[in-house]
Every structure is written in C-alpha cells, then in structure tokens.
Design a protein around this ligand. Structure first.
Ligand SMILES: [Fe+2]
Length: 169
C-alpha cells in the first residue's frame, strides 16, 4: 500500500489548551513574523561584516549582539508555532519570499549608513511584532501574545542601542 504524504496545512493533534481554529490562525500569523525575523537576522550579520569607518569596533560588536538576540527571537517564534501543532516555515528561501522588511542595501559600508539601515529594519520589525500582539490578544492566545511582548521589548532595546548613534536635539 503506498504511503500518503501528511497534509502539513492541517495542524498536528496536540493537547495544547488553545482551540484548534485559533491555533491554525496563530501559526499562520507567527509564520509571517518568523520570515521577518529570519530576514532581520541576516541583515544584522550583513551590517556586522561590512561596517567600516567611525566607531567601527563598537558597531561591529553591537550588530553581532543584536544578531544573537534576533536568533533567540527566531527560535522562540518557530518553536511556539510547533507547540501549537503547526509547521515552522523557517527556511531562508521561504523567509526571502515572505519577509515584509525592506531589502538591506548591499553596496554600503559607512558606519552611519549601517546604523540608519539597521534602525529602519528594527523599527519595521518592531511595528509588525506590536501589531501581532494585538492580533494575538483578539485570538485569545495569551501565551503567544506574551512571547511577542518579550520579543517586542527586546527589539525596542536594540533599536535604542542602534538609534542612539543618530539622535540629537
Ligand atoms: Fe563575526
């Protein structure tokens, strides 16, 4: 008898307390934010590798610290999707297709240009995660809303660290 492939569009059975229809919607929503987070992860490394000019060593380290935190956010989001019976769609190719962040400039080296670009990416990701918190509240998924709140707080901190290089009065 031929084996039939599992239907990955349907959630896996789980004893998770969230109702099945909500789990499906949450998994879809989190997969969109997962794509953004994976994109952001690579943008941090792009900045870390290529930055040159004033404050080089501080920014080189800072961008790697941001990358390490974003890597944790990727893992948190992906594993939450799986806990809800979904499939974490976390390949680079899916992320590249689905990410809502702007393309990171490749031909760029000046330190403040990287600061501006990474601040823009962190800001864009932060807004999307904030909006996800509202959507998750509406879906009555307190666990995922709390996870996104944690991510949002972290992104706000890193945005401050990066953006402070540009702020003045
Ligand atoms: Fe490195």
């Amino acid at each position: 008898m031929p084996l039939t492939a599992p239907d990955l569009s349907k959630p896996f059975a789980t004893r998770n307390s969230l109702a099945a229809p909500a789990r499906e919607q949450v998994a879809m929503l989190l997969n969109r934010r997962l794509a953004d987070a994976i994109d952001l992860q690579s943008q941090c490394k792009q900045a870390h590798w290529n930055v040159k000019g004033s404050q080089f060593i501080a920014l080189h380290h800072l961008f790697d610290d941001v990358h390490a935190s974003v890597t944790e956010y990727v893992d948190l989001i992906a594993e939450r999707i799986v806990q809800l019976g979904g499939v974490a769609e976390g390949t680079i190719r899916v992320a590249a297709e689905r990410s809502e962040l702007d393309e990171y400039p490749i031909e760029m080296w000046a330190s403040m240009d990287h600061v501006r670009s990474l601040a823009a990416a962190l800001g864009a990701f932060g807004s999307r995660i904030s909006f996800a918190i509202q959507e998750l509240d509406e879906l009555e998924d307190a666990g995922s809303a709390d996870l996104c709140t944690e991510v949002s707080r972290g992104v706000d901190k890193w945005l401050w660290f990066v953006e402070a290089h540009l702020q003045s009065r």
